[in-house]
Design a protein around this ligand. Structure first.
Ligand SMILES: [Zn+2]
Length: 328
């Protein structure tokens, strides 16, 4: 899908309730081509992107960048090198968080504040926008007014926040961008009224904070979970922990500001898992590995089979012979 003169979106449908609608890989530039975010490390993403590249693109991917380290954005970085022959660009903050997900070589450092100039394409500004995660980045093409937000701003829902103070400052920073026309989020549809939406996000956070303070006033001493249940009575139960995390990030900020007092909790002593549970987990892993190997072998065999004639269908295949001359 075309977004602007130099931006295309590959929207992969989702079934995870944390990521409504779709997870998107963006493609930027014509000669030297950059991808922003890479999807999870599951085949669907690989084939969606490959299919899109084969059907709609003449160019090859030169560089793969991500908005932050979370798995649904970085899972496929390894095959960006192996299969697309791209260089991987990551920030200093993301490196320690990407354990096991970075390829062995062709990893280059991305510096927030230092723009990426794509050959024969636009300049992409790299903005440091922590809040959703410590390493969150946004990318901005000012000449086209296109902003890539990853999970800092989503297409149709509010996001989860790791550090609320940082998050607010990041939103304010985005609101200052000149010529902003469209937001390309990591999940969900494009946002065509970016300023209004950023403003709404900021107001939404302010409203949550007021609600939390009200609950605290009404209930006295209470837990984040109970506050969450008051604030989100109808939430999909699978999203309760994410909502609780949001409440807690507000509480942390309020505590830092000295507006609330924290009565420290007492953590449970962690008991190690039983020997049987360990065995069970190991066996499970072995079975999953084996199943994956079979699946991969079957896939390869199917691809290989395309190279040769269908010998299992014919003892002797039909043959064709010209009647008269080829010029008739
Ligand atoms: Zn994320």
């Amino acid at each position: 899908m075309k977004v602007s003169a130099s931006v295309r979106a590959v929207q992969v449908p989702e079934d995870n309730p944390m990521n409504p609608e779709c997870t998107t890989i963006y493609i930027v530039g014509k000669e030297q081509v950059l991808t922003i975010d890479s999807g999870y490390a599951i085949d669907r993403y690989r084939w969606f992107l490959k299919g899109y590249l084969a059907a709609a693109e003449q160019a090859e991917i030169a560089m793969a960048a991500i908005t932050h380290h979370h798995y649904d954005h970085s899972g496929n970085l390894k095959w960006a090198v192996q299969e697309l022959d791209a260089d991987v660009l990551v920030s200093k903050d993301a490196v320690p968080l990407l354990k096991g997900r970075l390829p062995r070589n062709r990893v280059e450092r991305l510096e927030p504040g230092k723009p990426l100039k794509l050959e024969g394409g636009p300049t992409v500004h790299v903005l440091k926008t922590p809040g959703h995660s410590v390493d969150s980045l946004c990318y901005y093409i000012e000449e086209e007014g296109v902003l890539f937000t990853g999970d800092t701003m989503l297409g149709s829902t509010t996001t989860t926040v790791h550090n609320l103070g940082d998050y607010r400052r990041s939103l304010e920073q985005l609101l200052e961008l000149p010529n902003l026309k469209v937001i390309c989020p990591g999940h969900g549809p494009l946002v065509h009224d970016p300023r209004e939406r950023l403003q709404t996000y900021i107001e939404h956070r302010n409203m949550r904070e007021r609600q939390i303070l009200e609950v605290l006033q009404r209930k006295g001493l209470t837990t984040s979970w109970d506050i969450m249940l008051e604030l989100y009575p109808d939430i999909d139960t699978r999203l309760r922990r994410a909502a609780d995390n949001n409440v807690r990030s507000h509480l942390t900020e309020l505590a830092e500001q000295g507006r609330i007092k924290v009565h420290e909790g007492v953590p449970k002593k962690k008991r190690g898992p039983s020997q049987r549970a360990v065995e069970h987990a190991r066996e499970r892993e072995r079975v999953i590995k084996r199943a994956k190997r079979y699946e991969e072998q079957a896939r390869r065999a199917e691809v290989r089979a395309q190279e040769n004639p269908p010998a299992d269908e014919w003892k002797d295949p039909p043959r064709y012979e010209l009647q008269g001359s080829a010029r008739d």
